[in-house]
Design a protein around this ligand. Structure first.
Ligand code: FRU
Length: 506
């Protein structure tokens, strides 16, 4: 197990707070939302994020900063880009400007450049607008200078935000591409630039698929299918809030082509603003839970790996979650790939694993028939990696009970009757802080050779479920009592088998 250290050098376990995560990033104090400026440089992963340096509620938006060499052990750094009387620093991205195209650095010391949204306050001549601005760092991300010429891209819009910039090198040439949103119009807007300072309009995408809330935090990248360089697709990420698949905030994705000018979707189900609620399950969702939002990917990761992080919360109740002087954490970083299953191209996600591996020891239950009903397990955990494989057979359902105590538990259940995997947190402990919190999430998961495989990461106030090797995921916050660590497996009816269960954790 890895441990986290915070700016003050304390381990989270030392802080008396039952919900403080053991292996998910959270700032030591105060509010956090979207991951921003995810970028790798010279052995260090940089996680910037929406942060209120002055309190546990949203406000004073600035970019917090944490660094890591392995995406698991994070060191909190000083605030990177601070709000001032004229602007809040909303979400955006960061690029390594290797060839100093921006001129902010030199050939021998090229800059990191952050592209963020200036949300202008009443004190600003641009009050009420959102426009894109730059800041640069000449010391590998530790200190930042706002560009004098900000903003660099202003559409006189109140909802133009969340720029993701990447270096395009393809048939149409070599230049920077920005994907941002006109949030209220449910539209992604694309621009290009040679120097990050001046931007030319390329195209728009949307509205399409889920449009029941504002579009935020887009991303665009290319992935090969099962590593085949001849078979690649572009993935357009569009976060949406509310109007997500499980209610409130969520991330959707489109597969398609990008020719350097326009993204064309091959996976659009519905077009326009008239969302058809009955088709929501046909859209591409990054995660089917309530608490995986504003997910975007790192720039500049070696070996073409695409690693995403989401904010583990939901705007429906983010301001009410019952934690101490800190609020919200990030998801585990997830490597995303494309894979072909039964002729269909699907997204597969694999978390960077905070547990060293089965050789670590832990609890193991080998293959056996499952007795109908609930079987208590002789192991407890609040922080764990759980690998589980079921062969449900003719049973109506199988599943796992986690964080069980006197009067509470969380259920992960597979219903063979409708082929749905469900996560039920309605009685998982502290659920009454917001009426939207008690919920049951669900996703269709086809059995593979009659089997269901689950990998579950349990932390002190969250659960991330990866089904069938990451073809579907459910991420939810769970605020169980500290003492509620019992576990059980169950089968509804006879004929189900457990293939194996492995628990590493405590
Ligand atoms: C998404 C979001 C972004 C915005 C930021 C403000 O969660 O609303 O659109 O830039 O949060 O904190």
């Amino acid at each position: 197990m890895k441990t986290l250290t915070t700016a003050a050098g304390t381990t989270p376990a030392a802080i008396s707070d039952p919900y403080r995560p053991a292996f998910h990033y959270t700032s030591e104090r105060n509010w956090l939302n979207d991951p921003n400026g995810l970028v790798y440089l010279n052995g260090t992963y940089h996680l910037f994020y929406q942060h209120n340096p002055f309190g546990p509620d949203w406000g004073n938006m600035s970019w917090g900063h944490a660094t890591s060499e392995d995406l698991l052990n994070w060191d909190e750094q000083p605030v990177a880009i601070a709000c001032d009387e004229h602007e809040a620093i909303f979400s955006g991205s960061a690029v390594f400007d290797e060839f100093n195209t921006s001129g902010f650095g030199t050939a021998i010391n090229p800059p990191l450049v952050a592209i963020y949204t200036s949300a202008y306050s009443d004190a600003s001549p641009l009050a009420g607008r959102q426009a894109q601005s730059l800041a640069y760092s000449l010391d590998e991300g530790m200190t930042w200078t706002k560009y004098q010429g900000n903003p660099v891209l202003d559409r006189a819009s109140a909802d133009f935000r969340d720029p993701k910039v990447f270096w395009y090198d393809g048939g149409a040439g070599r230049y920077w591409v920005m994907v941002a949103v006109e949030a209220v119009h449910r539209q992604v807007v694309l621009y290009k630039s040679a120097d990050l300072r001046s931007w030319d309009f390329l195209s728009t995408f949307g509205p399409a698929n889920a449009t029941g809330g504002v579009w935020e935090c887009p991303d665009l990248f290319e992935l090969t299918v099962d590593g085949d360089p001849e078979d690649s697709h572009w993935v357009l990420i569009v976060n949406i809030s509310p109007g997500g698949i499980a209610g409130g905030s969520a991330g959707q994705y489109f597969l398609g082509t990008f020719d350097g000018v326009a993204f064309r979707s091959k996976s659009t189900v519905t077009e326009g603003l008239q969302a058809d609620a009955s088709r929501m399950r046909e859209y591409g969702w990054l995660d089917w839970g309530r608490d995986y939002y504003a997910a975007v990917s790192f720039n500049n990761v070696p070996d073409g790996r695409r690693i995403m992080i989401g904010w583990m919360n939901n705007w429906d109740y983010a301001g009410s979650t019952p934690t101490g002087g800190w609020r919200s954490s990030m998801s585990l970083p997830r490597e995303v790939r494309l894979t072909r299953v039964d002729g269909q191209v699907l997204l597969r996600q694999k978390a960077i694993d905070p547990f060293a591996g089965p050789e670590d020891g832990g609890f193991r239950l080998g293959a056996r028939a499952l007795a109908p009903g609930v079987t208590d397990l002789p192991v407890t955990a609040a922080v764990a990696r759980i690998d589980l494989e079921f062969s449900p057979g003719p049973a109506a359902g199988v599943g796992l009970v986690l964080r069980a105590g006197e009067a509470e538990r969380m259920l992960i259940r597979y219903d063979t009757t409708d082929g749905m995997l469900r996560l039920d947190r309605r009685e998982s402990g502290h659920v009454g802080f917001h009426e939207a919190f008690p919920s049951v999430e669900s996703v269709a998961v086809p059995l593979q050779d009659g089997r269901l495989r689950l990998r579950i990461y349990l932390d002190r106030c969250s659960v991330e479920v990866f089904a069938q090797d990451g073809l579907a995921t459910i991420t939810d916050l769970v605020f169980a009592a500290e003492a509620s660590t019992a576990m059980a497996i169950f089968a509804d009816g006879a004929g189900a088998h457990l293939v194996a269960l492995d628990v590493v954790g405590y």
